[in-house]
Ligand binder design. Structure first.
Ligand code: MTE
Length: 324
């Protein structure tokens, strides 16, 4: 992953979704949900039976303050126009420019390996599996920039429980889509495609690990990993695979795409850690996208991206320098 300083960007007022507008929209969505006579599950059966709405349509989730940060969300425009999705190119603007062509309907996710009930899920199956929540998470990229994103999704563990991991399952690999006709980045050799990421099973089962279908109260835009992607908020952004097509449970620790590309730079764990530098730059500070300006000092990077209370116990007794 190359390090790029984001060019100075003075957003037009129309480019920013102000917090007040966003909160007002959230209240409207909550009112709509409440009006639909929600059951304890949090989603009206009638709404759940509908086919998945197209990109850009509302996809409300019940706000979950217990799993949300209070930081001001990054503008929708920055979240959707400045990001990494190397299948569409390595420039931060490439995903927004090219991902619109990705075909996301129909979509199937295969779950296989060390599970008692391997099977294919289509999007409707997946959306029926658990009530959607809205969780505002910090995202910290390995290139030392960060964002705050209001995701719509549910804990991945709902899906894992549905397929019943066997006693041998210790790791979970996430394989993401390869569409040579729509993804010009696949021609580059930066990565041995498909993009593979992985977690230890207990990390994948952690309640913070989210399977996301939307952001800012809407269906995920293609460039952010439509129709479904992972979000692991205490790890560097590259662990959160986009546009998932296959999830495999194994006994052996897998080799991920970035470990294969540069194992001295990208380890299996990739926990956000201000004390462990990337070989080519420090990880002690970060720039929050949308806040960059000449006079604003960078932010201090937080251990586990600020989620230490919830996740530090997963790594008790481990040397986090050796297991970077
Ligand atoms: N998933 C795929 N399939 N391809 C990618 O290039 N980039 C990763 C991750 N998931 C990537 C991916 C990186 S480096 C980051 S920082 C996040 O997606 C960015 O997520 P965002 O677009 O929601 O900000």
């Amino acid at each position: 992953m190359r390090f790029r300083v984001r060019p100075r960007h003075d957003p037009l007022p129309s480019e920013i979704t102000p917090l007040a507008v966003y909160q007002q929209r959230r209240q409207l969505l909550q009112a709509a949900l409440a009006g639909a006579a929600l059951g304890a599950a949090g989603l009206a059966p009638a709404a759940r039976a509908q086919p998945v709405p197209p990109v850009g349509q509302a996809l409300p989730g019940k706000p979950n303050p217990a799993f949300s940060v209070l930081d001001r969300p990054t503008s929708r425009r920055d979240i959707t126009t400045y990001n990494n999705f190397y299948e569409f190119g390595t420039d931060k603007g490439d995903p927004a420019r090219h991902a619109g062509r990705m075909e996301i309907r129909p979509w199937t996710v295969r779950i296989e390996g060390e599970v008692l009930k391997p099977r294919d899920f289509d999007l409707d199956d997946l959306l029926r599996l658990a009530p959607l929540e809205e969780r505002v998470y910090r995202l910290r990229c390995v290139e030392a920039w960060s964002m705050v994103i209001p995701w719509i999704g549910y804990p991945l563990n709902h899906l894992l429980r549905a397929v019943q991991p066997t006693g041998n399952a210790k790791y979970v690999t996430f394989e993401t889509a390869m569409q040579p006709e729509t993804m010009p980045g696949l021609r580059s050799r930066i990565i041995a495609w498909p993009y593979l990421e992985a977690l230890r099973l207990d990390e994948a089962q952690h309640p913070l690990t989210l399977l996301a279908f939307g952001l800012y109260g809407e269906v995920l835009p293609n460039q952010n990993g439509a129709p479904l992607r992972l979000v692991v908020p205490w790890k560097y952004g590259f662990k959160s695979g986009k546009s998932l097509v296959r999830i495999r449970l194994t006994e052996q620790q897998p080799v991920t795409s970035w470990m294969r590309a540069a194992s001295n730079e990208y380890g299996f764990y990739a926990n956000v850690n201000p004390d462990v530098d990337h070989p080519r730059w420090s990880q002690a500070t970060e720039r929050r996208i949308g806040e960059d300006g000449f006079f604003r000092p960078p932010r201090r990077t937080l251990m586990f991206n600020g989620y230490a209370d919830q996740v530090a116990s997963l790594y008790q007794g481990m040397d986090l320098r050796a297991n970077y």
